[in-house]
Every structure is written in structure tokens, then in C-alpha cells.
Design a protein around this ligand. Structure first.
Ligand code: NAG
Ligand code: NAG
Ligand code: NAG
Ligand code: NAG
Ligand code: ZN
Length: 503
């Protein structure tokens, strides 16, 4: 609307002279800038000084890449540049910046392979290998137990025994670690198509699940994850979980409510240790590869969560590769009956325009989703774009995930730039950062800032993205207001202590 008024003023008079022309051009550019995310945030005096430092480094990086496009990190595969990227000055500034919340992360990929490797040093951990039916090589199975497990394999062995007997422990661990990450030296060869990436990704989960669902590990993993997210200057997270059944050494298992309660317990312990951390909520997000009967059971579980752990339960979603799983439309009759739950649907995580997967965007919005996970395909739907703005539906953008999971190679082509240009309600998150060895927030913020937004986007954008992450969270209004004040306090401290010469 604002833009229309400006345009009509500009086009009502012809360009009489060149000065007039330049003035009109500048007005257009200014009007466009005002529309962008953060475009109407004025920076105060101190912020302007920080911004000058930040932008000086951003221009240097981008202008070098403009002249030497082969060196532009964000146009390559994330695995190729992720370590280099962390040397960038812009990156280091972003790393230290308060970033609010991560609203789209999955609980079994919060931490990376180095952390997981440490878990393999625990007692009572058995392992076995079986040839993988899909990928070349062997699939690793793990199980904590107080006696030799008797399912899946005939060749279970204690990891501690195998490691003790290994000729070369470094090599033993090096080979083991490969099962806890998607990162490889040559991603284009390892993952020629999206199905290959997803097969490896699903394999990652089958290996990880029995490792982290051992109850003591589960609790420690979540605690350590919160610690890592806080260290990356986040204060709040919303975790999507299939809520797996936890187990003990004797093989006994617990129901899903116990898993949810374990989150609550760990969270209280963490907040006692780190009172500046705002907290976490869970979104129950089981597999979309199910029939209607299982969906009924899911909804029932979601309702008991809402009753039994209301303070940490945010809502419901379905997960799994959207192209292969059931489309939302198959579940619409049941989901319409479940509108007592808040929905946070994954939708439009696809390159396939006009397919059923693409159509998930219609259902997510019509079903009243509070936010959309990915919304990658949204730009192809002008009316849905309008709905998103009118209903103020947060778009959870996961740039590195989209690149690693084979939707987009060059992040300059990611639709985030369109959402930012239109001032749409975007938040940044990292999806499964542990699986591709990304940081909880900094890596995604960096590639958003340098790769997927305008060269001219500045500190205002980063500040707005941090605020959006709390604004679109599932926090109750009073807690949300408190969290925003906390962020504002952290931001002021960051600005006050900023020293350009340190970068
Ligand atoms: C990636 O970024 C780093 C740090 O700014 C830079 O040194 C490097 O040249 C860039 N490009 C590549 C291809 O690594
Ligand atoms: C793994 O354990 C070692 C030794 O306790 C510790 O120094 C290291 O920080 C741990 N690594 C991770 C990623 O937690
Ligand atoms: C396999 O292990 C389970 C639990 O440890 C036990 O109940 C079952 O009897 C075992 N089966 C066989 C064939 O040993
Ligand atoms: C053990 O394996 C590592 C990694 O493959 C290798 O670098 C190292 O030289 C090996 N050490 C010995 C003693 O063979
Ligand atoms: Zn996701």
C-alpha cells in the first residue's frame, strides 16, 4: 500500500529534467528499502557505528566475490565452505550478536558428530554393522544394554571391546564418526540427487535414535544442546520431536509422555544453572508416512501432552521428506477436527511446482497453521503470500538445510531474498544443524545476511530477524514481552561493548 502511494506520486509527473529523474529513482529505492524486513528500523547513534563496521566488512567480502565469483562461498555447497566461512569478519560479528530464538530445530540433530562420538565412550554400548540396502557401505546399529542384544544383528559387540582391540583407535573413531554426519569431502559425488541426500539423512536418524533414547543420554543430550544454543547467543528454542520412547539398560521402555516430561525436567535444571536463558517448548512432530488410524493416535497423544505438560507443549506438526510422505490433504478431515491444537506445519519444502507437496501450502494455511516450516515454494503462490502477510504467519526459513538437502545450490537464488524484500514475517532457523555440522544459529544468519539478502541489507535486518524469532514464537504474551525485553537488553550490551578493532 505504502509503495503504491509512492509509485503514483512518482509516475504522476513525467521526468522533466535529469535531477528530477535521479530524485525519483532515489525515492523508489528508498521506498523499497522501507518495505524490507527491518527496513523501517532506524539505528541509533551507537548502532550506526556498529553498522559502519559490519557493512565495511560485508562490502569487502561481497565486492571481492563480485569480481571473483568462483570464491563466493554461498554459491557453493555448504560442506565446501563451512570452515572457511567461520573465519569471515562478518561471521564473527554475527556470532557474538544476540539472535533470539531457533524456532525450527529437530531434537535428534541438535548436536554434531563430535558430541556424539563422546557418547560412544560410555559403558554398555553395543554396536553391529549390516550392509545397507540403500546406500553403499554398512549401516551402523547401536544399543545400550546390560547384556548382548538379540535383535537386528547376530554380531553385536561392545564398542569398548572393539576400540580396545583396534589396531589404530584414531582410525576406528574416524570411521565411526562418519555415521554421525552427512558431511563428506565431495558432496556432489556422494549425493547426486535429493533422494540420495534424504537416504543418508534418514540413515543418520536410524543410527542416532537408539543412542540418544537411552534415558540418561537423552537427558544429558538435551542439557548439552541448550548449553550450545545459549553459547551461540540464543535464549529460547522450539524443538520438534517425534517423542521417541526412552529406554533403560534392562530394555524396559517408557511412554511418550515420559519423554515430554524429561524435557521439562531437564529444562528446569538448565534454567536453574543459566537463569538468563528463556527456555524451550516442544512441537510434537511425528512421521507423515502414516495412515489415518495412526494419525488418530497422534492427535490423541498431542491432546494428552496439552493436558499434562501445557507449559512446554506448543503444538503439532508432521515430518519426513514431503515429496515422499503423505500430503496434508489426505489428513484434512481429521486435522479439521483437531483445531484445539496449534499447528506448525512443514509445508512447501520442495522444488516441484504444482505437485501435491507444493499443494501442502494451501492446506497448512487453510488449517490455520501458526507458522510454516520452510515455506520454500511459497513465492509461486501469490495469493498464499498475501494470506501469510494478512494472517501474520511466521515463515521458518532454514537456508543451510535447503542447500544441504538439495533444494538450492546457490543461496542467492533462495526465496528468502523475496520474503525479506517484501517485509514478510520471516524467522531464521537451522533445522538439523548437528547432522551437517552447522552452528545452532550463526551459520544460517551469516548465509542469510551475505548470501540471501541484499548487499545493502544491514544491521537493521539482523536486529529485526532476532526480534521476529521471539515475536513468532509460541511463548505466552507476557513471557513473550519479557523475552523481547531480555533480547533488547542483550542487544544493548552487544552494541555498547562492540569494538570494531577486535574483528
Ligand atoms: C570463503 O570465505 C572466506 C572467509 O571470508 C574466504 O577467505 C574465502 O576466500 C571464501 N571463498 C572460498 C571459496 O573459500
Ligand atoms: C568430548 O569429550 C572431551 C573430553 O571430556 C571434551 O574435552 C570435549 O569438549 C567433548 N567434545 C564435545 C563436542 O562435547
Ligand atoms: C531377547 O532379549 C529380550 C530382552 O532382553 C528377552 O526378553 C528375550 O527373551 C530374548 N530372546 C531370546 C530369543 O533370547
Ligand atoms: C592411525 O590412523 C590415522 C588415521 O587414518 C593415521 O593418520 C595414523 O597415521 C595411524 N597411526 C598409526 C600408528 O598407524
Ligand atoms: Zn524440519
Amino acid at each position: 500500500m505504502r509503495l503504491l502511494i509512492v509509485l503514483s506520486i512518482i509516475f504522476a509527473h513525467g521526468a522533466c529534467d535529469i535531477a528530477d529523474y535521479y530524485a525519483k529513482r532515489a525515492k523508489l529505492a528508498e521506498a523499497e528499502n522501507l518495505l524490507t524486513v527491518g527496513g523501517n528500523y532506524p539505528l541509533d547513534h551507537k548502532e550506526t557505528i556498529v553498522n559502519r563496521c559490519l557493512m565495511q566488512h560485508k562490502y569487502r567480502e561481497l565486492d571481492y566475490a563480485f569480481d571473483n565469483p568462483q570464491y563466493f562461498n554461498c554459491s557453493h555447497h555448504f560442506f565446501v565452505y563451512k570452515n572457511k566461512m567461520r573465519e569471515s569478519k562478518v561471521y564473527k560479528i554475527i556470532k557474538n550478536m544476540p539472535k533470539g530464538a531457533a524456532l525450527h530445530v529437530h531434537d535428534m540433530a541438535l548436536l554434531g558428530p563430535d558430541y556424539v562420538m563422546n557418547l560412544t565412550y560410555m559403558d554398555n554400548l553395543y554396536f553391529c554393522f549390516k550392509p545397507d540396502p540403500v546406500l553403499s557401505g554398512n549401516h551402523l546399529f547401536l544399543q545400550f544394554a546390560n547384556q548382548l542384544p538379540n535383535k537386528t544383528c547376530d554380531t553385536w559387540q561392545l564398542i569398548s571391546d572393539a576400540r580396545r582391540d583396534a589396531k589404530n583407535v584414531t582410525e576406528f573413531d574416524f570411521n565411526l564418526r562418519k555415521h554421525f554426519t552427512l558431511v563428506v569431502d565431495d558432496p556432489d559425488t556422494a549425493y547426486p540427487a535429493i533422494t540420495d541426500t534424504w537416504d543418508a539423512f534418514m540413515n543418520y536418524f536410524t543410527t542416532i535414535i537408539p543412542l540418544v533414547t537411552y534415558r540418561p543420554v537423552w537427558e544429558q543430550y538435551f542439557y548439552d544442546a541448550l548449553k550450545k544454543y545459549r553459547e551461540d547467543n540464543l535464549m529460547y528454542i522450539e524443538v520438534r520431536s517425534v517423542l521417541p520412547n526412552l529406554y533403560e539398560l534392562d530394555g524396559s521402555t517408557y511412554d511418550q509422555i515420559v519423554t515430554a516430561k524429561s524435557y521439562k525436567k531437564v529444562l528446569s535444571r538448565f534454567i536453574k544453572d543459566y537463569p538468563d536463558f528463556e527456555g524451550a517448548k516442544i512441537i510434537f512432530a511425528p512421521s507423515r508416512y502414516v495412515g489415518n488410524a495412526e494419525l488418530d493416535a497422534y492427535i490423541e497423544t498431542a491432546r494428552s501432552l496439552k493436558n499434562q505438560v501445557p507449559e512446554i507443549f506448543a503444538g503439532f506438526d508432521l515430518v519426513g521428506q514431503e515429496d515422499k510422505g503423505k500430503p496434508l490433504i489426505d489428513f484434512v478431515p481429521k486435522l479439521l477436527q483437531a483445531n484445539d491444537l496449534n499447528f506448525f506445519f512443514h509445508a512447501g519444502e520442495t522444488d516441484w511446482y504444482g505437485t501435491q507437496t507444493d499443494g501442502n501450502l494451501y492446506d497448512a494455511i487453510l488449517l490455520g497453521t501458526k507458522r510454516i516450516g520452510h515455506a520454500y515454494a511459497l513465492t509461486k503462490h501469490p495469493l498464499l503470500m498475501k494470506e501469510v502477510v494478512e494472517k501474520d504467519i511466521g515463515l521458518e526459513i532454514n537456508l543451510i538445510s535447503n542447500s544441504v538437502l538439495s533444494l538450492v545450490k546457490d543461496l542467492r537464488n533462495h526465496p528468502l531474498n523475496t520474503y525479506v524484500a517484501n517485509g514478510m514475517p520471516v524467522v531464521l532457523s537451522s533445522d538439523d544443524p548437528g547432522a551437517w555440522e552447522a552452528e545452532p544459529a550463526s551459520d544460517d544468519f551469516y548465509v542469510a545476511f551475505v548470501g540471501a539478502s541484499s548487499r545493502l541489507s544491514d544491521l537493521s535486518l539482523l536486529k529485526a530477524l532476532g526480534e521476529n524469532s521471539l515475536k513468532y514464537s509460541a511463548l505466552e504474551p507476557t513471557r513473550k514481552a519479557a523475552a523481547l525485553r531480555k533480547l533488547n537488553f542483550q542487544w544493548k550490551r552487544f552494541i555498547d561493548n562492540f569494538d570494531c578493532s577486535k574483528y
